[in-house]
Design a protein around this ligand. Sequence first.
Ligand SMILES: Cc1cc2nc3c(=O)[nH]c(=O)nc-3n(C[C@H](O)[C@H](O)[C@H](O)COP(=O)(O)O)c2cc1C
Length: 406
Amino acid sequence: MNAADTASSPLLAPYALAALDLPSRVVMAPMTRFRADRRGVPTPMMAVYYAQRASAGLIVSEGVWPSVQGQQYLTEPGLATDEQVAAWRTVTDAVHAAGGRVFAQIMHAGRNGHPANRIDGGTPLAPSAVPLTAPMHTLEGKRAPVAPRAMSTAEVGQAAADHAAAARNALRAGFDGVEIHGANSYLPHQFLADNTNLRGDAYGGTAVNRARFVIELAEAVADAVGAERVGLRLAPGNPENEMVEADPAPVYRTALAAIDRLGLAYLHLTDGADYPALADLRPHWSGALVGNTGEHEVTTLESAERLISERGADLVSIGRPYIATPDLTERIAAGVPWSLPEGDFHYGAGERDYIDYPRAVPEPAAAVRPPPRAPDGLLGKGVNRTARRGRRTPWRCPPGPRTGGR
Ligand SMILES: Cc1cc2nc3c(=O)[nH]c(=O)nc-3n(C[C@H](O)[C@H](O)[C@H](O)COP(=O)(O)O)c2cc1C
């Protein structure tokens, strides 16, 4: 690819997203990275990590739990306590100081939770008492999954209220908006799917009933912070974490018929290997559409561009390349290939493989703003560890099933 090709990349065109003027169509996809402390409080290295990636058109944060009932891992951050809100403020300030924009992704684990992974040791809550079968990752190693307890109707309403409260906390923490995580096997997806929703009340059974929770959730969060500050992520047909959706179209079309009227900032849609979500659902969504290729293939420059030029997306979210390519948009403009992370980065901890990936394109003078500099102690007081470590080995997809963190 030469410089002339990259200059015309549709990814680099600006985009007006609700109240935000995005400098490009590139969204950094939400990626759980487990760098909070054991109370779900963001750590200083998280401010460095996100600020390093501030040139994205928009950053969507890793999944953040709205309540302890929705917590999935001990080192996953929350947006439920004042301490968490204050620590997130240092992250959002760093991103804004570096010229970026950032939404918080609100992620409720539902049946993906485990007592060993919750501060309160509580039993996970889900639409129905359908356990996972695969062992679950905990800080003490793999554990057998625990059957969730089916939510009462009142608890369904409480879960929506918790999302709304977390959204208000996100704005207090300086986020530009929130994304509801309705994809990849998380709580709203568990209501939408066939095998995880066996309810006999108004939230189960027909397509209308299975879509009810995600509709009410979108309404509650939009009421709390304003629809223009809310995105919704869906991944119809994604079989991750043992989800089964034989025929996603009727349920998702029903959901979008109601949610489209709310005027949300965007819909973030993952294309399935088996169900062409973008092609099928684009006609049912009149607002901004963020496309994602899904985890069955790592996004490339070419596949990202095709999401816009051929598949109806306005913006594209990019995940794994962003782990190792902090200057991803600058590399598109300069025609420099993206880097991919090495090893199993899914359950990492600490600074290594987190804030030590170098830029390939120097920051333009005009774009240089106050820190993202690592505070003392981060990366050995400014030592670029990656440069010392030299050439990285090519990235390989880690083997075996994973439970959550998506
Ligand atoms: C390490 C890792 C963590 C992830 N965590 C989340 C998450 O918290 N929320 C979410 O919606 N998706 C999550 N995802 C899925 C990504 O957002 C994205 O959809 C996926 O990686 C496919 O895009 P890519 O090919 O560009 O990586 C995660 C993916 C990875 C690799």
